[in-house]
Design a protein around this ligand. Structure first.
Ligand code: PLP
Length: 398
């Protein structure tokens, strides 16, 4: 028999979402008339912006005509999309990027998972706790040792620079699951740390569009010198409803270097080699849809989408507060991180909420040990369901 990659056996079984789904199924079977509302989903639910739908139609017609048909495109993305990204997502915020620093991909999850390949398996990794599980699991698969950076209420759920040396650091802001956003000063501490230690930061800002406060950083490159130490990952998924369509991008600055046995190497060159070897590009029609996100109509629709979810977040947070519960996040992120009353464990609260309010959420402990005693609620439901769920939680009298 073939020998396997033993590292896979070191992964924790992901009991979280299957366990939750099973509990909900069982509850439904026992209570067939229960009107169950989910505030647990980490997926957007509103329809794709019309500007994107129209771009898809138009591009599809082009594909159906020999003169305008397109086969393989550039692996790193069409320049019409790369230029639109640079213009709207960076230049508009005072950040200059070269086209060869942007790589269009089929998802931030894939980018987050794949980028570690260009670094040594000996690189020491640091991830936040609680955390988006992909950072941790992909490094375990590669056989790296991973240290946790506790994110607690005391530090506003922002990971603090550690007193040990980490080579590869994953930061997520706005954060899933805590909804916390790192300030520019906090990001600067990390950039300084990375410069001092020769580390690389992977900055996941998949939720940057949810930032409402003007002085909070959307990009790590707002910190001077960050291009020498950071890779940034963004996605159209949560921003413009592309979770099913698939389009994201990663910025690998030309200034970011790594060390080989006897020379310095640009990480950008390695990633380009990897990307062009293992990836064959995002569908043309999808890239046209992503381009449409930056059209005036697209921008207006995205604004409306985000406002809809953020109003849900406000309703949830206000409702929890009226119910005497402490909650974090929800102001610059679609996630609300509920602090459970003393003594209630995350999974016990899941059962209480399901059985007594018929509301589904996500136990904080599923995102890491530091998530114990917390519970994640999301603003991705419909307005009607969000209002209903909040009323039910208020009646719980915890
Ligand atoms: C949803 C999510 C992603 C995944 O985005 P895709 O582009 O849909 O793959 C990445 N990072 C975080 C933190 C997320 O919550």
């Amino acid at each position: 028999m073939i020998k396997i990659n033993e590292n896979y056996l070191n992964l924790q079984q992901n009991y979280l979402f299957p366990t939750i789904a099973k509990k909900v199924r069982e509850y439904k079977a026992d209570n067939p008339s229960a009107d169950i509302i989910s505030l647990g989903i980490g997926d957007v639910t509103r329809a794709l912006p019309r500007a994107c739908v129209e771009a898809l139609h138009k591009a599809s017609e082009e594909m159906g005509c020999e003169k305008t048909f397109r086969g393989y495109g550039p692996e790193q993305g069409y320049s019409f999309l790369i230029d639109a990204i640079i213009e709207n997502d960076y230049k508009a915020y005072g950040i200059d990027l070269q086209p060869e620093e942007v790589f269009v991909s089929d998802g931030a999850k894939c980018d987050v998972g794949n980028i570690q390949e260009v670094f040594s398996t000996e690189a020491a990794v640091a991830v936040a706790d609680p955390v988006y599980p992909v950072y941790l699991d992909t490094n375990i698969m590669a056989g790296r040792s991973v240290k946790k950076l506790p994110c607690l209420a005391e530090n506003g759920f922002a990971p603090k620079v550690p007193d040990f040396k980490a080579d590869l650091i994953y930061l997520c802001s706005p954060n899933n699951p805590t909804g916390a956003v790192m300030t520019k000063a906090q990001l600067k501490e990390w950039v300084d740390y990375a410069k001092k230690n020769g580390s690389v930061i992977i900055f996941d800002s998949a939720y940057k569009e949810y930032i409402q406060e003007a002085d909070l950083p959307r990009s790590i490159y707002e910190v001077e010198g960050a291009k020498e130490v950071a890779i940034e990952i963004r996605s159209f998924s949560k921003t413009a409803g592309f979770t099913g369509l698939r389009c994201a991008y990663m910025v690998v600055p030309l200034a970011l270097k790594g060390r080989g046995a006897d020379k310095e190497v640009r990480i950008n060159d390695l990633w380009r080699r990897r990307h062009t070897t293992k990836f064959n590009g995002v569908p043309y029609i999808v890239q046209r849809a992503a381009e449409a996100v930056f059209s005036p109509e697209g921008k207006a629709e995205v604004k409306e989408l985000i406002a809809y979810y953020m109003e849900n977040a406000r309703i949830i947070k206000e409702g929890l507060s009226a119910a005497g519960l402490k909650a974090y996040g929800g102001e610059n992120a679609p996630y609300i991180w509920l602090k459970l009353p003393e003594g209630i464990k995350s999974f016990d609260f899941f059962d209480i909420l399901l059985s007594r309010a018929n509301v589904v959420g996500t136990p904080g402990s599923g995102f890491g040990d530091c998530g114990e005693g917390y519970f994640r609620l999301t603003s991705f439901g419909s307005r009607e369901n969000t209002l209903k769920a909040v009323e039910r939680i208020k009646k719980l009298k915890l």
